[in-house]
Design a protein around this ligand. Structure first.
Ligand code: FMN
Length: 360
């Protein structure tokens, strides 16, 4: 089967429904642009699961559930009720805890939505002053128990402080350092890297790319961490966050379904902001580091600091005590169009199964 996607947007109308669904999967956002998806086409049904890729979070991980939620929402916008989710959070390994199914893949889909999905992007550049005020943000219907919380402008410095602490802790953690350098893509040029974070999508000062590359060699960052380098790098990296940002929290109960619903809400909000010309950047460190400390993946003083930063963030965002922060977003008026991140080629994650075999 040939999957040939036209580059020009005006040719979207010529796209067949299956190609459009696959393209929606490719366009979906995922942490570190890992795109950990496996698609199986069987007859007229498309099955979508998590793919176990090296250095990528597992199918139960909070960041995976958020990304899978955005994927679910993308497919739902295209194919409506033909998209269903099966989930069993207590499934013993190696059974998959969740799966998405798109029925009747050759039936028409809402093609104009695909145009919007392809335009969506993460903007890591500084935003223009003044920051949009809460009434300037688009109204969005959250999924399930998720609610949206907009920080008061006076709380923005506390949000950035807590995020900077979490970023410094992330840079100092050996496992997260390894993941960072695994997912950074150094090549610039006409062919974008197919996954991971391309340097051209980051907001770096002159020489910033070379510094990152130098730090990634021979565990230099790990060796220099005790000298306070991580804090210094996090402070340097935080300056685009300090101006023009309105901070929006997606919060809800601490449960797998809620993380999934936060992902669905994230995509709705992202597209709605895009329609108003507003730029969006998810800032996950403020969720990830406190969560890792809670789960015992980080211990000692670093865990203590991560938990304190998480509490400071929750307080700055005005979260009720029984709500968990699922994702924090920076929203603002763009000063620059961001470079588009690469995507895996379709054949690397789509397989065609015999229609007579058992479903995957
Ligand atoms: C769960 C999740 C967490 C993310 N965390 C961050 C983050 O902390 N910082 C960031 O700049 N982008 C973050 N992103 C954005 C992804 O890096 C981005 O979606 C991916 O690289 C694809 O690029 P695109 O959004 O421009 O298509 C996150 C996305 C998701 C779904």
């Amino acid at each position: 089967m040939a999957f040939s996607l036209p580059a020009a947007l005006d040719s979207l109308a010529a796209l067949n429904p299956l190609d459009a669904l696959v393209e929606a999967v490719r366009c979906s956002p995922s942490a570190e642009n890992a795109q950990p998806w496996r698609l199986t086409l069987q007859g007229g049904t498309l099955h979508l699961k998590h793919a176990a890729l090296p250095e990528v979070a597992g199918p139960w991980a909070h960041e995976t559930l958020l990304a899978a939620g955005t994927l679910h929402e993308s497919l739902h916008l295209l194919a409506g009720a033909r998209v269903t989710r099966q989930a069993d959070w207590h499934a013993p390994e190696p059974r998959a805890p969740w799966q998405l199914t798109v029925h009747d893949v050759h039936a028409p889909v809402a093609l104009p939505v695909l145009h919007e999905l392809r335009q969506r992007q993460t903007n890591r550049h500084p935003f223009a002053q003044p920051a949009p005020s809460a009434p300037d943000l688009p109204p969005v219907l959250p999924q399930g128990p998720i609610s949206l919380q907009v920080a008061a402008p006076a709380a923005a410095p506390a949000v950035v402080r807590a995020l900077t602490t979490c970023e410094a802790l992330r840079l100092a953690e050996p496992e997260l350092q390894r993941r960072l350098f695994t997912h950074l893509r150094w090549t610039r040029g006409p062919v974008p890297p197919p996954d991971g974070i391309g340097l051209d999508t980051l907001h770096l000062p002159p020489g910033g790319g070379a510094l990152l590359r130098w730090l990634g060699r021979g565990c230099r960052l790990r060796r220099l961490a005790p000298l306070g380098l991580c804090r210094l790098l996090a402070l340097g990296g935080s300056w685009p966050l300090r101006r023009g940002a309105t901070w929006v929290a997606l919060c809800g109960p601490q449960a797998e379904d809620a993380a999934w619903d936060a992902g669905r809400t994230l995509l709705r909000l992202w597209l709605a902001c895009q329609r108003l010309g507003l730029a969006v950047q998810p800032c996950y460190a403020g969720v990830d580091l406190p969560l890792r400390a809670q789960q015992g993946l980080t211990v000692g003083p670093a865990a203590h600091r991560a938990l304190r930063a998480g509490q400071a963030l929750a307080q700055a965002m005005g979260l009720p005590a029984d709500r968990m922060l699922h994702l924090l977003l920076r929203v603002g008026h763009p000063t620059r169009i961001a470079a588009r991140s690469g995507r895996r080629p379709t054949p690397s994650f789509l397989e065609v199964a015999d229609p007579c075999s058992a479903p995957p």
